[in-house]
Design a protein around this ligand. Structure first.
Ligand code: PGA
Length: 264
């Protein structure tokens, strides 16, 4: 795992956008896994800028989002469909047919729907680069504690902690969804490269568990430890509980010197 520590959330966003943009330039047909939440908003903003000002081309990129709330229509302002359109897709030149987000309104038949999402990922050649956030309870996607580390796309019941965390984004009169369709940990681990972002003090414990704790379904982000190519970009606040911060900085310098391609 490569741990990159930057000063603040703005620098985390810029670093993440730099990595994604380099991946798109290196492979214009990139299959890109995307995340939602407050953390990647700045990264999307920067990618839009790179598209508008530097001609970053998404015409051949295919995307797969991690998750969607069960029961929310694509037009609902809190749906991840809406989020992705607002923050990224309507500002760039990605063809709509290349965009995949789990359908929160699938009318039952969840198992076969989730299997078809997995098949679409396979048919696209698998995910080249998967962007991830991390929840306060250490989840990635909506893989809540005790999710199988081999899980595939399926419906998950949200913990009360996640519901409370995300409540702030909904209007007071809105009913908060209690389930989501999410890629599984097994799905995420199949991506060729992982990029996890975290900023702010509220994430420091989750980050410490993910990076330095035991591999456990109790904090599903810890599964990154068994992935061969995972990069974690943190701001100082999110990194503050890591014991080996100084070592990670030395590793980064050495990586830049010995294998600059690793940093793109
Ligand atoms: P956040 O969500 O970026 O809004 O903190 C991350 C997550 O819960 O995965």
């Amino acid at each position: 795992m490569l741990v990159i520590i930057r000063r603040d959330s703005r620098q985390v966003s810029e670093e993440a956008a730099r990595i994604v943009a380099a991946a798109v330039r290196a492979k214009p047909t990139l299959v890109l896994g995307l995340a939602t939440g407050s953390t990647p908003v700045g990264m999307y903003h920067e990618l839009v800028r790179l598209h508008t000002e530097d001609g970053l081309d998404f015409a051949k990129v295919t995307t797969f989002n991690l998750d969607e709330y069960l029961g929310l229509a694509a037009e609902h302002e809190q749906s991840y469909h809406y989020y992705m359109n607002e923050h990224l897709f309507r500002h760039i030149n990605i063809p709509p047919k290349n965009v995949h987000i789990p359908d929160g309104q699938v009318p039952g038949g969840y198992e076969s729907y989730c299997e078809s999402y997995e098949r679409q990922i396979q048919a696209a050649g698998g995910i080249d680069l998967q962007v991830l956030g991390i929840g306060k309870n250490g989840h990635i996607g909506f893989n809540e504690p005790a999710s199988s580390l081999a899980s595939k796309t399926r419906v998950k019941t949200l913990t009360m902690e996640t519901i409370a965390d995300n409540r702030r984004l909904f209007k007071p009169e809105d009913t908060m969804p209690t389930c989501a369709i999410t890629m599984g940990i097994g799905t995420i681990l199949q991506a060729r490269r992982l990029l996890l972002l975290a900023s702010g003090k509220g994430k420091d414990r989750a980050v410490a568990k993910a990076v330095e704790g035991p591999i456990t379904a109790s904090a599903t982000a810890s599964a990154l430890q068994i992935h061969p190519d995972a990069t974690v970009v943190l701001d100082r606040a999110a990194a503050s509980r890591l014991r080996n911060r100084t070592y990670y900085q030395r590793v980064l310098k050495m990586t830049a010197k010995l294998t600059p391609n690793r940093l793109w």
